[in-house]
Design a protein around this ligand. Structure first.
Ligand code: BYC
Length: 472
């Protein structure tokens, strides 16, 4: 297989789809359902075309092409990173054996479940972001939203390819179901909690792409370690595209903080709302919300599922090859935070059961870099306020802290105290209404809404005032 992509086919691919007529036919019959889903659940803002990047190769250099594309004509395709013929399983009881090109019968159900959960998040995020084009702060931001959306659509294709190619009839049924569940649907919701929340405004979008897409980065990173080689190679290429999504989040929050800091210097801090900005305490509440629903995506701190996935070689750890232990973990233990008898405690558990906790720890460290960056912006502006990540037990619905009330600074509270204080920690209806009130579209070239600073650079060397989107 080469790293280049065959664009002459109906479904662009580098997996020699033309050589497998049954698979090609199956995917071509899924394609119209996907396009129908895109037109009814994808971006709501009518537009002629968008300045998008499209993958043209999976190699290291020059993997993408930029140009104006009409959204429904975007070439969603199937792109796997190149195969390493010497690749061996890096962890678990089969460590050292060659990786699998087919699904072993005994792990079929587990692998299918992991692929379905991953696949379910991709269209979910497009659904959550459907209305955002109607209130974009600039054409630059509008283009970034659509770029994220088409790539999430492609990541759905990536998982659907695996389901069709390796899981037979069950896989085809699951691929259909991925288009039938919808974010927030009462009868048929998306699988994971965060993907049924709304993304009603652009501050939420920036927080989502910072915190929730970052869970995607870490989960894909662990699936990239998988002994099931097609899954590994798919995730490796998805991670390449994913980096831009987090860039949108990181720089998006940068720009909101920067603009707020500017308004605070020009006016009294208390006047940021009146001046059309987003006060720092509202930004903090949005961080608290999006960070904690994203922590829930890591599952329970202790999980036999996670231990079994690792032992079987299905899902590794973040940067498995850089770990200096035995990569089997059968005799190891770790300490983790929990709550017992109303008190926060540390308990020692078998390392194999604590792998969700291990991954979450890597994620938390990464999230802290964003907060440090936003605080540098405040510091440079001479503002004392500091943003922070709340305690890991705050506002949790999954895992050991679920059902408990813990403050952002880590105090265990009773229900009355929690309800008295929660409005100072999580966005209230009033906070959300203020943010929503600022969401007026700015579609004029080179112009930007007043609540956010312009980006430092445009896309692919183009200036900020480039016409990134042609509206219809
Ligand atoms: N909401 O043993 P546990 C992305 C369920 S994001 C609802 O702790 P496990 C993206 C769990 O399914 C990355 N239910 O779970 C980002 C289980 O149910 P069953 C997505 C939840 O299996 C932005 C039960 O609770 N990829 O790519 O160790 C835009 C017991 O839980 C939740 C993946 O997640 C929840 N939050 O860990 C676009 C990777 N959490 O089986 C895209 C694949 C847990 O008892 N998934 N449950 O009915 C996995 O690796 C694991 O399934 C999880 C859960 C880490 C999610």
């Amino acid at each position: 297989m080469t790293s280049s992509i065959n664009y002459t086919e109906k479904i662009p691919n580098n997996v020699d789809l033309a050589g497998d007529r049954r698979l090609k036919r199956a995917l071509e019959s899924w394609q119209p359902a996907f396009l129908e889903w895109w037109s009814s659940m994808g971006p709501a803002l009518p537009n002629r075309d968008v300045y998008l990047r499209t993958a043209i190769s999976v190699g290291r250099e020059g993997w993408a092409d930029f140009g104006h594309v009409a959204l429904p004509e975007y070439r969603w395709g199937i792109f796997l990173a190149e195969r390493n013929r010497d690749r061996r399983i890096g962890f678990g009881e089969l460590k050292g054996e060659p990786v699998w090109q087919q699904v072993p019968g005994e792990y079929r159900a587990e692998l299918q479940r992991l692929i379905v959960i991953q696949g379910d998040t991709e269209p979910a995020s497009v659904e959550q972001q459907r209305q955002l084009g109607l209130s974009a702060p600039s054409l630059y931001d509008l283009r970034n939203l659509f770029q994220v959306n088409v790539e999430e659509g492609r990541h759905l294709w990536a998982m659907v390819y695996l389901l069709h190619a390796y899981f037979g009839r069950d896989g085809r049924e699951e691929a259909q179901a991925l288009l039938h569940r919808h974010s927030g649907d009462v009868d048929s919701p998306r699988i994971l909690g965060a993907f049924n929340e709304e993304t009603p405004d652009w501050l939420s979008f920036f927080m989502f792409t910072y915190f929730t897409d970052r869970d995607g980065k870490y989960q894909l990173g662990t699936l990239k370690e998988s002994a099931f080689d097609p899954l590994s190679r798919t995730c490796e290429f998805m991670l390449k595209e994913e980096a831009h999504h987090m860039f949108v989040g990181t720089t998006g929050v940068d720009r909101v903080v920067e603009r707020t800091a500017q308004l605070m210097r020009e006016h009294e801090a208390a006047e940021v709302v009146a001046a059309g900005g987003i006060p720092l305490d509202i930004i903090q509440k949005y961080i608290n919300f999006h960070y904690t629903v994203s922590l829930d995506l890591f599952g329970s701190e202790t999980s036999t599922n996670a231990g079994n996935y690792f032992t079987a070689g299905l899902k590794g750890r973040w940067q498995e090859e850089r770990r200096t232990d035995d990569h089997r973990l059968t005799d190891d233990s770790v300490w983790l935070d929990t709550i017992e008898d109303g008190e926060l405690r540390q308990i020692e558990v078998a390392a194999l059961t604590a792998l969700n906790h291990d991954l979450r720890g890597e994620y938390i460290r990464d999230c802290q870099t964003g907060v440090a960056r936003w605080n540098r912006i405040l510091d440079n502006a001479g503002i004392d306020y500091r943003l922070r990540l709340p305690h890991v037990g705050f506002n949790r619905k999954v895992g050991t802290f679920a059902g408990h009330h813990i403050s952002p600074t880590g105090e265990v509270l009773n229900s009355d105290e929690w309800h008295r204080l929660v409005s100072s920690w999580l966005p209230t209806e009033q906070d959300k209404a203020h943010v929503r009130s600022l969401m007026k579209p700015v579609y004029e070239r080179g112009k930007i809404a007043a609540w956010v600073a312009p980006p430092r650079q445009g896309i692919n060397g183009k200036p900020f005032d480039y016409e990134y989107v042609h509206l219809s």
